[in-house]
Design a protein around this ligand. Structure first.
Ligand code: NAP
Length: 242
């Protein structure tokens, strides 16, 4: 017992994942920082984590690739189990269903849903043994309300909401809490080309959110203060979906 707590955050070289990793470092977690390919950006996030006096292990792998997940995580999990897992890696391939190619459907589901399955399955065994753990899945307003042009993305995120609730029910008796955080429109690469004039009227707070505003909720859900919350979807969307 004792020692520093570890948080594994997927898709954390930029955007919401990076903000979550930095917030958890400030909360006193050491980080296992996953991302797919942007080594320079990940190195910058690592610096910020170390600036917060936490350690950071960079773990580049594709969450959609079962072999890659296994080969990176298995050796680490033999010695340590993260206290927190944040399944944040996600991609969008927006287009109307009539134009959607099978690959655009499959890629989006592969990252959000298969990624969740592969990484969570690897980590949850150790959490079950320790009888402790927090799992946070980053979903989206799109998976709750549906958004045109996002049939693939909405299906992936709605699926992840279902998985969150089912897993929460499965592991509650071992004191593992599983929740989803559902961002609305947040200022990141993913939203930088969206037409702001058409989006702002949909948001009662009349602005996009920041990655830090999403990270604050994840930080809370990973804290002692959130000890009686499980199976929930917590929205951070400026009122865009109520
Ligand atoms: P982003 O800026 O596009 O960053 C995506 C991150 O995920 C990057 O670090 C990227 O790594 C990583 N990634 C992508 N595919 C991956 C894979 N196959 N395996 C491992 N890592 C992978 O995205 P974001 O806007 O921060 O979104 C983060 C999460 O929030 C996603 O799940 C997204 O669906 C959700 N979300 C975002 C918004 C929004 O408005 N931005 C709203 C609702 C929900 P590399 O760059 O290194 O490849």
């Amino acid at each position: 017992m004792g020692g520093r707590r570890i948080a594994l955050v997927t898709g954390a070289s930029q955007g919401i994942g990076a903000a979550i990793a930095i917030a958890l470092a400030r909360d006193g977690f050491d980080l296992w920082l996953n991302y797919k390919s942007n080594h320079d950006a990940a190195a910058e996030v690592k610096k910020k984590i170390e600036h917060a006096a936490s350690q950071c292990r960079l773990l580049p792998f594709d969450v959609a690739d079962p072999q890659a997940v296994q080969s990176v995580l298995s050796p680490l999990l033999e010695n340590e189990t993260p206290d927190v897992l944040v399944n944040n890696a996600g991609i969008a391939r927006d287009t109307l269903l009539v134009w959607m190619r099978p690959q655009e459907w499959q890629e989006v589901l592969a990252v959000s849903l298969n990624g969740f399955f592969q990484v969570t399955k690897a980590v949850v065994n150790g959490m079950l043994r320790k009888r402790a753990g927090r799992i946070i899945n980053i979903v989206s307003t799109s998976g709750q309300s549906g958004m045109p042009g996002q049939v693939n993305y909405a299906a992936a995120k709605a699926g992840l909401i279902g998985a969150t609730k089912a897993l929460a029910a499965e592991v509650a008796k071992r004191s593992i809490l599983v929740n989803a955080v559902s961002p609305g429109f947040i200022e990141t690469e993913m939203t930088k080309n969206l037409p702001k004039d058409r989006i702002l009227p949909l948001i009662p707070l009349q602005r996009l959110g920041t990655p830090e505003e999403v990270a604050a909720v994840v930080s809370f859900l990973c804290s002692e203060r959130a000890s009686y919350i499980t199976g929930q979807v917590i929205s951070v969307n400026g009122g865009a979906y109520m």
